[in-house]
Design a protein around this ligand. Structure first.
Ligand code: UT7
Length: 337
């Protein structure tokens, strides 16, 4: 019998309506459209606004997950009661606990599923996809929903021009099901290096530095990044790991139809594509419209460009982010949209 692979059998996505343009940002901090576009490739990002069910709460990451997954279930004609497992990759959960995946499970009526969050910053969706695939490949489960979602605007300091220009809000979701036709997840290489914590982090709100008046005053609940250092690591590691997975699977850039990279900075994406010998027309990019949605970027590319994928296409996913975490995943697309 052929090996069971985990196939992506559908995609869903959601981005909030509000568009934060470079022009609006240039009224908030000392920056301009020309600098942002030339240094990052970003023109606008989406921001989730509005209040939640409780008067003292805003809409959280789960709100975006709900829309993304409801669309996914509709498109794939899936009954929520048939879902076995829900994984949500995020660094901006609704609460410290319980997990956003638990909240989502209730929102979509997936009463028979168990659910948990997984945190690997910008590599979160890759980590979650590789994890979800294990439950399918082992034969344990038939339907696993994997979501990548972040409300980055909830941890961004809109007086810090080095970070506020990059990030945005959004959610993307995929359904994983078993296949024996040879498509689906083929391989992955995932890596971590915890010594990178100093360059990209959120200092307070965890057990080392619980929230206090001082942590708020010192702006320690916002995302911090030493941009140029992160950029350097991102360029070399994302490119290297993408080259490594091609070599490991005995394929070259000529065999690859699409690179779907994490959307952090157009210059990082271009460097990765060049390293594995892919022309720009084989690279999926929507960074100009959404910015960096952290765990949301890769599934939002699937969502935006679903119609371009053909069954059997060789696709390389690649990401780099806080931790540091990074990796690459080789996928054969499983359907014609
Ligand atoms: O998602 C996963 C993790 N994150 C990333 O992968 C992001 C990686 N880093 C980056 O994408 C880039 O480092 C940034 C886009 C964040 C910054 O670009 P950069 O080319 O690395 O700029 P820089 O931080 O080295 O700053 C260069 C100059 C500085 O001015 P001086 O000191 O040379 O006078 C900055 O103050 O650009 C200045 N600058 C800005 N100017 C206008 C920094 N931010 C801005 C801005 N507008 N928004």
């Amino acid at each position: 019998m052929n090996k069971i692979n985990a196939a992506i059998t559908g995609v869903g996505g959601y981005v909030p309506e509000y568009r934060l343009t470079n022009e609006e940002l240039s009224k908030m901090v000392e920056t301009n459209d020309e600098w942002i576009v030339s240094r990052t490739g970003i023109s606008e990002r989406r921001i989730l606004k509005g209040l939640g069910d409780h008067p003292d709460e805003q809409l959280g990451t789960s709100h975006m997950c709900k829309f993304a997954v409801e669309e996914l279930l509709k498109k794939t004609n899936t009954n929520p009661l048939d879902i076995d497992l829900i994984l949500v990759a995020t660094v901006t959960p609704d609460y410290i606990f319980p997990s956003t995946a638990n909240i989502l499970q209730d929102m979509i009526g997936a009463k028979n599923a168990w659910s948990y969050d997984l945190q690997a910053a910008c590599s979160g969706f890759l980590y979650a996809l590789a994890t979800g695939a294990q439950f399918i490949e082992s034969g344990k489960y038939k339907k696993v929903v994997v979501v990548g979602a972040d409300k980055m605007s909830s941890i961004i300091d809109y007086t810090d021009r080095k970070t506020c220009i990059i990030f945005g809000d959004g959610a993307g979701a995929v359904l994983l099901e078993p296949t024996t036709d040879g498509t689906g997840v083929q391989d992955f290489i995932l890596k971590s290096d915890g010594s990178g914590v100093q360059y990209l982090n959120c200092k307070a709100g965890g057990s080392r530095k619980p929230a206090s008046i001082e942590t708020v005053q010192n702006k320690e609940h916002y995302a911090f990044q030493e941009g140029a250092t992160v950029f350097k690591y991102a360029v070399s590691n994302m490119a290297n790991v993408s080259a490594e997975i091609l070599l490991k699977n005995n394929i070259t850039g000529n065999d690859v139809q699409w690179l779907v990279p994490h959307q952090a900075n157009k210059r990082i994406i271009d460097a990765t594509a060049e390293r594995i010998g892919l022309s720009p027309d084989k690279v999926m990019m929507n960074i100009e419209r959404y910015g960096n949605t952290t765990a949301g970027t890769i599934p939002l590319c699937f969502w935006d460009f679903e119609k371009k994928f053909k069954k059997g296409d060789n696709i390389i996913l690649a990401a780099f982010g806080g931790g540091f975490t990074w990796g690459s995943l080789y996928l054969k697309w499983s359907y014609n949209a």
